[in-house]
Design a protein around this ligand. Structure first.
Ligand SMILES: [Zn+2]
Length: 283
C-alpha cells in the first residue's frame, strides 16, 4: 500500500498530488516531501485553499533498500493493472488511482550524475508551461515524448496526461546531494503556491528552454571525449565520444549535451542532444 498524507482546506481549489520515491534510489524527492509533510503536520504551513496529497515514498520498499526499483521500473508502467504480476505493477495501479483523483501531479526525481535542476515539459500547453516556469529550475526540457513515440511506457506524468491532468516531472539534482533535496523542497512549495494552495513563495528567474533533438544509445564499447556535464554546450562537429573501434561520435549541430551517462550499458541511452527552444513571452 502506498502511504499518502492528505491535507484539506476549507476553501475550494485544485487537488494537487506530490510524488517522491517513485524511483527508490532518488532521495531528493523523498527528503523534500517528508520535510514538507512535517511542516503541514506541525502547522508551520497550512493550506489556503484546495487539497494536497503528499506521497514521499511511492515505492517504499525500493526507498528502504536504496534500489531504483524492486521488480520492474515503476515509472514505465503507470496505469491500472487488474492482475498485478509483481510488486511495482501493484504500486502502479495504486498510483494510477491516486493520479485520477487529482487535478495536478508533480513527480520529484533525482539523477545519478551531477546536474542543475530541470523539468521535463512533456505537455507544452500554456497552463502547464506556466506551472513549469514557476518551479525555479534552470532548464525546461521539451521533446521527450517525440523521441520515444511508439513506446507504450507510461510515466506518472505520461499517465496523468492521458487523463487530461496537469503533470510535471522534476529532476532536482544528484541523488546524494543535499542541495538537490533543498531544491526539491523549494520546487514543491512553489508548485503548490502556483495554484494558491499556500501563500507567498519567491519568484525565480525564467528557466532556459531546450528541445531534445536526438538520443544516442551506446552501441558498443567506447568513452566520452570528455566528462560531460548536463547541459554542456557543444559546437557542430565537436567530438562527443569515441568508440573502441576508432569511430568518433560528433555533434550534428550546435547543441547541448543532455543527461550524459558515461557508464550506460551497451544498448542503453548514452546521451541526448538538445537545441534552444523558444518560450512565448506572455501567457
Ligand atoms: Zn527517476
Amino acid at each position: 500500500m502506498i502511504d499518502a498524507l492528505r491535507f484539506f482546506s476549507r476553501g475550494p481549489g485544485p487537488r494537487v498530488l506530490l510524488l517522491g520515491g517513485v524511483h527508490g534510489d532518488e532521495k531528493p524527492g523523498v527528503v523534500a516531501l517528508e520535510r514538507l509533510a512535517a511542516e503541514f503536520e506541525s502547522g508551520g504551513l497550512s493550506l489556503a485553499r484546495g487539497q494536497l496529497t503528499i506521497v514521499p515514498r511511492a515505492n517504499a520498499e525500493a526507498v528502504e533498500r536504496g534500489l531504483h526499483f524492486v521488480d520492474e521500473n515503476l515509472n514505465r508502467i503507470v496505469r491500472p493493472h487488474d492482475a498485478p504480476a509483481n510488486r511495482e505493477q501493484g504500486l502502479a495501479a495504486e498510483l494510477a488511482a491516486l493520479i485520477a483523483a487529482h487535478d495536478a501531479v508533480l513527480d520529484l526525481h533525482g539523477t545519478p550524475a551531477p546536474t542543475v535542476p530541470f523539468v521535463f515539459l512533456d505537455d507544452e500547453s500554456v497552463p502547464v508551461r506556466g506551472w513549469a516556469e514557476a518551479l525555479g529550475a534552470d532548464f525546461l526540457v521539451m521533446g521527450w515524448p517525440a523521441l520515444y513515440a511508439g513506446s507504450d511506457a507510461l510515466t506518472t506524468t505520461g499517465y496523468a496526461q492521458t487523463l487530461g491532468k496537469r503533470a510535471l516531472t522534476v529532476e532536482a539534482g544528484r541523488n546524494d546531494d543535499p542541495a538537490a533535496a533543498e531544491f526539491a523542497f523549494d520546487a514543491a512549495r512553489r508548485a503548490i503556491a502556483h495554484f494558491g494552495l499556500i501563500i507567498g513563495t519567491p519568484r525565480r528567474p525564467r528557466p532556459k528552454a531546450v528541445r531534445l533533438t536526438g538520443m544516442v544509445r551506446r552501441e558498443r564499447e567506447g568513452a566520452f571525449a570528455r566528462p560531460w556535464s548536463n547541459f554542456d554546450p557543444v559546437k557542430k562537429g565537436d567530438v562527443l565520444a569515441r568508440c573502441a573501434d576508432g569511430e568518433e561520435m560528433r555533434a550534428p549541430e550546435d547543441a547541448f549535451v543532455v543527461m550524459p551517462y558515461e557508464a550506460a550499458a551497451v544498448g542503453e541511452e548514452w546521451y541526448y542532444l538538445a537545441v534552444p527552444a523558444a518560450l512565448p513571452e506572455n501567457y
